[in-house]
Write a protein that binds this ligand. Structure first.
Ligand code: ATP
Ligand code: MG
Length: 413
């Protein structure tokens, strides 16, 4: 990709409403642009990374037996009356009317729609289990939209729903999703802590949250300094200095960003909405459900928070929108431009390349490159005439001269 055509509107100053580092940087780096409070455009750089996160999520879901579908964002009131949530949900639900004055909402979550979509089909235990997921835009009129993509009113989520014939089978899916999430976040360059949590608004039997430990996180985690025990403080009430309920060790607290969660829903929706099946003994039973949410856009924000400084970021390898950023000190003079383009065409055969072909000062190009955050950079300067370029690994900060012929080898490492 030539940078002159890649729309990355970088800013010198962060917008005034940006409070945390990642939000400031995402605005300055041309990753997102606010449209209204809690509502954002994903600019090409941001959207490129969103698509990479989605690819990882799809791979990990599909590998474990998930089938992808896409449900409507616009949902009729009738369905929400069936589950009782039209009245229960409160002001976070974005409600609207169609031209015939019928009530709808913009989906904040999809338990009702998925249950309706499968209930006529799952009449026998032979049709179970089912594991269905989607990646979709959700709408929630949050009381305090803030920190950029962390708490949006419109945001991207992956939500999976499982339907099982027994508690044992639900436990299998629950464990499988725990592993899938651990792997998704690891591939996204995030270390997560799995914490026990309250089943809350959705209603159910057991729940865990995936937390990225970070001082800007809105959740407080109570964790044991001796064993693996960790819980959401809101759920356990454990304070610093309390005894660990599992080993008696000392409890500490820290802030975390919730990037995903898994719930054993049980039969709340299958009972109220009659999603029943006939078991092996001919008995009619409600399907046992699980639901598993993963914040795609919030994950992007957590990645930027964890992989950045005040002046720039370096994307984790699997999320980098390009493999290498080629920055010529000068992009002028017919012969020179031809030589640079030749190198660009050659590298493109093996790598995703961003070439800074803009007519800008070097300082401006490098400041933008630091914001864009491609982990490998090639600076084409004076030594190019002697067949050498400067290769930098942004993660280690190491720079060295390499032969033009050896660039592919250097990049493969
Ligand atoms: P929170 O406690 O942060 O409000 P939640 O319990 O409402 O989250 P779920 O309804 O389970 O979250 O949603 C699944 C995932 O979607 C969350 O783990 C989070 O990563 C993401 N998410 C939830 N609300 C938002 C939001 N307003 N903006 C961005 N991502 C969100
Ligand atoms: Mg919420």
């Amino acid at each position: 990709m030539k940078q002159s055509l890649f729309y990355v509107p970088t800013l010198r100053e962060a917008p005034k409403d940006a409070e945390v580092k990642s939000h400031k940087l995402m605005a300055r780096a041309g990753i997102i642009r606010m449209s209204a409070a809690g509502i954002y455009t994903y600019l090409p750089l941001g959207y490129a990374v969103i698509k990479k996160i989605e690819t990882i999520v799809r791979e990990e879901m599909d590998k474990r037996g998930g089938s992808e579908l896409l449900m409507p964002a616009l949902q009729p009131r009738d369905l929400w009356e069936e589950s009782g949530r039209w009245a229960e949900y409160g002001p976070e639900l974005m409600r609207l009317k169609d031209r015939k004055e019928r009530d709808f909402c913009l989906g904040p979550t999809h338990e009702e729609v998925i249950t309706e979509a499968v209930r006529d089909h799952i009449n026998s235990y032979k049709k179970l289990p089912l594991a269905l997921y989607q990646i979709q835009t959700k709408f929630r009129d949050e009381m305090r939209p803030r920190f950029g993509l962390m708490r949006g009113r419109e945001f991207i989520m992956k939500d999976m729903y499982t339907f099982s014939e027994s508690e044992e089978d639900l436990a299998v899916w629950y464990q499988r999703m725990k592993e899938a999430y651990t792997e998704v976040f690891r591939r996204c360059g995030l270390q997560t802590r799995i914490v026990a949590s309250d089943v809350g608004q959705i209603g159910g039997d057991e729940a865990h949250e995936f937390m990225v430990m970070s001082e800007v996180g809105e959740d407080t985690i109570s964790y044991c300094t001796v064993c693996e025990y960790a819980s959401n403080k809101e759920f356990s009430g454990l304070k610093k200095g309390d005894d660990c309920p599992e080993c008696g060790g000392g409890i500490e607290t820290a802030q975390g960003i919730e990037v995903g969660n898994i719930f054993k829903l049980g039969t709340k929706y299958s009972e109220s909405m009659s999603a029943t099946f006939t078991d092996k003994d001919g008995k009619r039973k409600p399907a046992i459900m699980g639901c598993y949410g993963l914040g795609i856009s919030r994950t992007l924000m957590a990645v930027v928070e964890q992989h950045s400084s005040e002046n720039g970021l370096v994307w984790p390898d699997e999320l980098a929108p390009f493999d290498v950023h080629v920055v010529p000190v000068k992009y002028a003079g017919e012969a020179h431009i031809e030589a640079v383009n030749g190198l660009y065409d050659r590298l493109k055969k093996s790598f995703a390349v961003l070439l800074d072909d803009r007519d800008e000062r070097l300082g401006a190009k490098l400041a933008d490159a630091d914001l864009i955050g491609i982990p490998a950079r090639i600076l084409i300067g004076r030594d190019f005439a002697e067949g050498k370029v400067e290769f930098s690994d942004l993660r280690s900060g190491k720079k060295r001269l390499v032969d033009v012929d050896d660039i592919e080898t250097a990049l493969s490492k």
